[in-house]
Write a protein that binds this ligand. Structure first.
Ligand code: SF4
Length: 392
């Protein structure tokens, strides 16, 4: 957010220039350099919405022109505005000068030893860094794990992102460009499989705390890419008022949802997820039933994610509580996540024995359960590790 006090006023800059005859040439040079620097700093802080910026520049252009542009910028093998040959030349020329082709730029990219995971440190136009991850999936295609915020206000105790607090929401351009960024990355690595088939909102941030930007991003992807609605998953800590809003919102895209449950015992959940509250579980149960009535079908279930923390939430009693909670809702899948170690967290990884016991209890109760494969932990790209180490 640019505060007015940070913005150099144009009249201040020109005032400096008008008074130039009264000051020494050295002072003049210093002051105009300062003005230029402030202007650059101001421009650096602006993160203009691409669509809005376009219509500011071309006020008489019809709406379809933007649709044409949006289709084009997601096309593979387009690397800049000049590649869009369907646009009138004067528009392309102006776009080249005024609107950045990408709202984010890479700072550094890491490759896991197994070459199945890549993590990018990306920078926004106002100079803030965040991370995005590309992971090979079982179809030998790619899933991308996108960030929706820089930092996070939820403070989940097992998560490195939660430790830095919330820095800023990402704009819809910055979220959707993570898909464009990874597509371009793959084009430059023709030896790798080329298709991004899935997107998960499991990077930095709580997506529902950035509702409108996440919604716009998903709507755009569904319109202009080959991603279908069951190939996009929004993972949330479970912000109940926003979950309610989403149920009533006819514009909310019908994508998959995953709720980070982490415990079916209220007290334990509040310890792991400090934003949780006493009545969270019964309220979630009520909401989940309404959600599944509206959206649920064979391909569209609700997932509960459950990070396995040794002696915290991985006992037999915890497994039975979880099985009972899931059964009370129906059409729920459980995804168990082996904990990935981060600095200064009070947790240990559950043993394989405890994870297997959990799986047995859940399956015995007729619940579909999967155990998430740990990927990219050697480059701090695994679940909960983002922004843990900037340059491992
Ligand atoms: S797990 Fe997700 S919601 Fe919790 S602190 Fe980390 S990024 Fe935020």
């Amino acid at each position: 957010m640019v505060r007015f006090s940070e913005v150099p006023q144009m009249n201040e800059i020109s005032k400096t220039r008008q008074c130039s005859h009264m000051i020494s040439s050295q002072k003049l040079q210093n002051s105009s350099e300062n003005a230029e620097q402030s202007m650059k700093a101001y421009q650096k802080k602006i993160r203009r919405n691409r669509k809005k910026h376009f219509f500011e520049l071309f006020q008489n252009e019809p709406e379809f022109r933007w649709k044409q542009i949006e289709q084009a910028i997601f096309k593979k093998k387009y690397y800049g505005w000049k590649d869009i040959t369907t646009l009138p030349k004067h528009i392309t020329a102006e776009l080249e000068k005024k609107i950045p082709w990408m709202s984010i730029e890479p700072v550094k990219i890491f490759e896991s030893e197994r070459k199945d995971t890549y993590k990018a440190i990306l920078k926004t136009e106002n100079g803030e860094e965040f991370e995005s991850v590309l992971m090979k999936n079982k179809r030998d295609q790619w899933s991308i794990c996108v960030s929706s915020q820089i930092g996070c206000a939820m403070g989940c105790r097992f998560c490195a992102t939660g430790k830095i607090g919330l820095k800023q929401n990402l704009t819809s351009d910055e979220i959707m460009d993570q898909y464009r960024f990874w597509n371009t990355f793959l084009l430059k690595h023709p030896n790798l499989p080329q298709r991004i088939s899935n997107v998960v909102f499991m990077g930095m941030g709580e997506p529902l705390a950035n509702y409108e930007n996440v919604k716009t991003t998903i709507q755009t992807w569904l319109n202009v890419t080959d991603l279908g609605n069951t190939r996009i998953t929004v993972s949330t800590v479970g912000l109940l008022p926003i979950l309610d809003q989403l149920l009533k919102d006819p514009q909310w895209p019908d994508v998959k949802l995953a709720i980070s449950l982490h415990s079916a015992d209220s007290k334990t959940r509040q310890e792991i997820v400090p934003t949780s509250m006493q009545q969270f579980l019964p309220k979630l149960e009520e909401w989940a039933k309404k959600y599944l009535q509206k959206h649920g079908n064979k391909r569209h279930h609700l997932t509960f994610e459950y990070v396995m923390l040794r002696d915290v939430n991985d006992t037999l009693k915890n497994a039975i509580l979880l099985a009972n909670f899931a059964r009370s809702i129906d059409n729920v899948k459980i995804n168990l996540i082996p904990y990935n170690f981060i600095d200064d967290a009070p947790y240990q990884k559950s043993t394989n024995e405890s994870i297997n016991r959990f799986v047995r209890v859940l399956e015995k109760n007729g619940i579909t359960v999967t155990v998430r494969k740990t990927m990219g932990d050697d480059i701090a790209a695994a679940c909960g590790q983002l922004i843990q180490k900037k340059y491992p």
